[in-house]
Design a protein around this ligand. Sequence first.
Ligand code: A2P
Length: 317
Amino acid sequence: MKYITFKNGDQMPIVGLGTWKSKPGEVYQAVLWALEAGYRHIDCAAIYDNEKEVGRAFEEAFSSGLVKREEVFVTSKLWNNSHRFEDVIPALKKTLEDLRLDYLNLYLVHWPIAFKQGVGFARTREEFYTYQDVPLAQTWAGMEEAKAQDLCKHIGMSNFNISKLEEIFKTAKEEPEMNQIELHPYLPQEKLVNFCQSKGMLVTAYSPLGSGDRATSIKKDDEPNLLEAEKIKEIASKYQCTPAQVLIAFSIARNIAVIPKSVNQGRISENLKAAKIQLDGSDMQELLNMDTHYRYIDGSFFTNPYSPYSLEDLWEK
Ligand code: A2P
């Protein structure tokens, strides 16, 4: 397995199992299959609404001796309804209880968007907080406190653009260590990735396969299918691998962790094997040239007419 390395020397396996959209009733088995296949990195989040079941899989894996806790890198994410300083640690403790762990390897602020406490998904103006109500720096201070209490080893964020990262760097006592963002050949985000890496942050790619299993309510009818793209299929046949493996190898070649989601035993194993594929420089350039700035996860579910947040502010131009 390849790793990416934090400033203190801690290592994160470059391929992890994604669990967004993995349904209860499926994710327990998926996590165990992944650990059996050799995965040592599992990506979770409170909002995925399946952490209790993932926790049962961890308990089974640790008690049966399949793996030791210290061999597995576990990430989770702070949901938007717990951005106030005093809400961060309780949210993290709930996640730890659900996952049946006593620490996380990495805890991320899931989105730079805040809802009021107890709101699952804000739909009215009253259910949102603005940056004036809860500045991102306040949330970050909560993350620093979580790290200070050793509830997580590393802290970072997801879906932060350059200007929001710069804002955090201005006041941070503990520097952000990770930005988890949507990345694939249609959206390679070279400027943002370069910015993160120049600041010594690591990067994780979410939706590396295009997340085709999203609910129809957050999916456009005419969206492009990455796994069916001609260029991807052409490169896959050159390396005698699958399109999914090309997409995973694309992130690995950029030194970016990647968390393909699957609940299928064969595909879980196929995705891990992508770590063995080394795409050459010209193929990487061809893949980078596929950039159309296409976002599958465009954040529009946070910008209804009543929301104080806008897409222009969320994403870099
Ligand atoms: P499944 O869970 O049935 O394997 P993303 O990681 O971008 O969110 O994409 C997840 C989607 O890609 C899911 O629909 C998942 O289905 C599918 N998927 C995962 N691995 C593969 C693979 N190796 N080949 C084709 N589809 C895959």
